[in-house]
Structures are given as C-alpha cells and as structure tokens.
Design a protein around this ligand. Structure first.
Ligand SMILES: *Cc1c(COP(=O)(O)O)cnc(C)c1O
Length: 411
C-alpha cells in the first residue's frame, strides 16, 4: 500500500474555523429563529470595484476573438501587470523593486506555503504567537516541526509571543533563526510595525543570514502616513526579505484570486556545498515547473486596480471597512471593553472582559448577542484571553451587532 506524508497526522484536529462552525451550527439548530451575525471570518463582503469588473468583461471578449485570444500566459504573470505593480506599489513608495522581481499568483495563502519548496529542511523557523495559522501548518506539513504540545505548540518552532504587554510587536529573538514570518498590518491583532521596528528586524536578519517572509496582505488599510507599507521601504531589506501581497483584501478578490510575491534578485541562501545561491532563480524555476499562471481575465481585473478609477474605487472600499472598524472600536469601548487594532487594519482585537477565556467569551457572545467572532486562542496559545472581530461586513450588520453587545455589556 502507498504510504502517506505522516506529517499531516501531526496537524491538530480541532482546527479553529471548523470548531466555530460546529458551535454556531449547534446553537442555530437549537435556536432556529436566532438572528445570527457573523463577524468572525476574514472574508470580504462588498462587491468587486466596477473598474475591475469592466476590465474583466473586456478580457472575456478578448478571449472570444482569434486575434486577441490568449492561451498559456507567462508563469510569472503578464509584463503589463508586473510593471503596474512595480510602479504603483513599490517604486511610488521609493522601493527599489523591478517588474521581473514580481511573481503574480493565485493567492498569498498558496505562496506562503509554496515558498517552503525552495528552502531546506533544517532551518530554524520563528513565528509570532498569535499567528495566521497557514504559516505554522505549512511547516508542519513540510516536516519542519515535531509534534504539537498540549498548548498546541509544535516542537522545533520558535514562538515569539505578542500581547498588549509588548504592544503586539514581537521582541527580536536572542538566538539565531533562519526564517521569520512577519505580518503587518497584522492578522489577527490589527497591530502595525513602525519603520524602526522593521529596521530592527532587517538588521537582525542581515546579521544572522536570515530570510524574513513579510506578509503585507493588509497594507492598503494603513491610515497612519508614518507607517511603512512594504518591507522594502527599509534599507537593506532587498538582502533579506520576501514580500507577499494580495488583491484579496484591498480589492475584494478573495473569490476572484490574484496575488503576488516579491523575490529580489539580491537574495541568497546557502547550498549544501556551502556556496551562495540566488533565491530568485529557484523561485522562478519552482513557479515555471509547478504553476501555469493566473487567468488572463483575472490579471486584467487586477491591472484595473491601478487605473485612476480603480484606485478611487478600492480606496472607497477600504474606507468603508475602516468605518466599520471605527464603529466597532467606538461601540465596544463605550461598553467598557478594551480594544486594540482596527485603526490601520480591518481587525479589532478585543481583550475579553471579566477575565473570560477566548472560547467562553465566544460562547457568551453567541448565546446572549447571537454574534459570532473568532477566539484569539485559535491563533496560538498567547492569543488566549483575546478575541478577533472583523470589520468585513455590511454596515447594517456591524451596527446591529454592536447595538446588541453594548446593550449586554454596558453596566
Ligand atoms: C487574507 C490573507 C491573505 C491573502 O490570502 P489570499 O490567498 O491571497 O486570498 C494573506 N495573508 C493573511 C494574513 C491574510 O489574512
């Protein structure tokens, strides 16, 4: 019989979102009339910008005409999209990133996992705690960890705790690590990194020969002009960082699928014989072999994000969610609940009141307010005592959910 990848058996069974689904379904079955509002899942709710839709409709027409029809495109993405990304997302912010360092893909989630293909199996890996679960689980699957402990921490991974005590920014490790995952603005905490904090990481990485995986999926939600949007705004980052970006959250592409990964040509890793090897060539080879590019239609939709109309419409979309975040922050605060995040990110990170555990607060909100959020402990042991509320929802749902919570918790 064929054997399996046993690493999959190390994955913790009761994964966060299935467990939330189980509890919500059980409650809904027992209370069929309860008007449940879901502020739990990190998915967008508002429709695609018109500029993107118009561009995709035009692209469908291109596919219907022999003279403009497209077959396989470049595995790295079409040049016109890579140029638009390099110009608007990077060069406009002073980042020295060229179009051929940008690899267009069908998602940052996939890229965060796939990137491990080009790295060795004996790297020391650091993640923050709490963390986006994809970073951890893809390393478990790749065999980079031991078993999970009772606290849900995998052997071999270095966890860097983040909490209110350290302003949700991890301390730079005292030991040497090879790969570090950073996500700013952060999912789930909504925290941001200052230039100084990122510069500390870049300096650490360069001193230790480490590679930073920088997830900037939420950069468009930054409102504070002093905060960096890209790690390449930091001097020296071209020598130590890979950046992941996505059209999912800024332009509502979660169901349309388009993202990008930046691999600067100046990045190097060590081969077994001790020589330095350029990572760009490895990633280019990986993508050319295992990926056949994003649909032409979707890439035209993504390109439209950078048109004047597209920029205005995505801005309006982000502003809409950020107004939701402001309402959530203001209302919860008025109910005496301590909140973090939600200023430069679409997530509000709530300190559970009365010392409730994350899951006890989840049950309480579900049963007394019929509101669903995400228990912080599901993102890591250090998320215990916290709770994530997402601003991705309709205004009516946000207003109604906050009305119920304020009514219950205001004493
Ligand atoms: C939503 C999200 C992404 C984007 O994933 P896609 O696969 O591009 O939709 C990446 N990182 C984090 C932390 C996210 O929350």
């Amino acid at each position: 019989m064929a054997t399996i990848n046993d690493n999959y058996l190390k994955l913790k069974a009761g994964y966060l979102f299935p467990e939330i689904g189980r509890r919500v379904n059980a409650f809904a079955a027992a209370n069929p009339d309860a008007p449940i509002i879901r502020l739990g899942i990190g998915d967008v709710t508002e429709p695609l910008p018109e500029a993107c839709r118009t561009a995709m409709i035009k692209a469908v027409e291109d596919m219907g005409d022999r003279s403009t029809f497209k077959g396989y495109g470049p595995e790295q993405g079409y040049g016109w999209l890579r140029e638009a990304i390099a110009t608007h997302d990077f060069q406009a912010r002073g980042c020295d990133i060229s179009a051929d360092e940008i690899f267009v893909s069908d998602g940052s989630k996939c890229d965060c996992g796939n990137i491990l293909d080009i790295f060795g199996n004996n790297n020391t890996i650091a993640v923050t705690d709490p963390v986006y679960p994809v970073y951890v689980d893809t390393n478990v699957m790749a065999g980079h960890t031991g078993e999970a402990s009772d606290r849900g921490e995998y052997g071999g991974l270095i966890y860097l705790p983040i909490s209110a005590e350290n302003h949700f920014t991890a301390e730079i490790p005292s030991q040497k690590v090879d790969l570090i995952y950073l996500c700013f603005p952060n999912n789930p905490t909504g925290a941001t990194a200052t230039r100084e904090h990122l510069a500390d990481w870049v300096n650490y990485a360069r001193a230790n020969g480490s590679i930073i995986f920088f997830d900037a999926a939420y950069e468009a939600f930054i409102t504070d002009p002093s905060l960096p949007h890209s790690i390449y705004e930091i001097e020296g980052a071209r020598e130590c960082a890979i950046e992941f970006r996505s059209f999912s959250k800024n332009a509502g592409f979660t169901g349309t699928r388009c993202a990008l990964t930046v691999v600067p040509k100046t990045l190097k890793g060590k081969a077994a014989d001790g020589s330095d090897v350029e990572l760009w060539g490895l990633w280019n080879r990986r993508q050319s072999t295992k990926f056949n590019g994003v649909s032409y239609i979707v890439q035209r939709g993504a390109e439209a994000v950078y048109s004047p109309a597209g920029k205005a419409q995505t801005r309006a979309l982000i502003d809409f969610y950020m107004e939701n975040a402001r309402i959530i922050r203001e209302q919860l605060t008025s109910a005496g609940i301590q909140v973090y995040g939600g200023v430069n990110a679409p997530y509000v990170w709530v300190k559970t009141p009365h010392g409730l555990s994350s899951w006890d607060f989840f049950d309480k909100l579900l049963h007394t307010c019929n509101v669903v959020g995400t228990p912080g402990s599901g993102f890591g042991a250090a998320g215990e005592g916290y709770f994530r509320i997402s601003a991705f929802n309709s205004r009516d749902n946000v207003n109604e959910a906050m009305r119920r919570i304020v009514e219950k918790f205001k004493s």
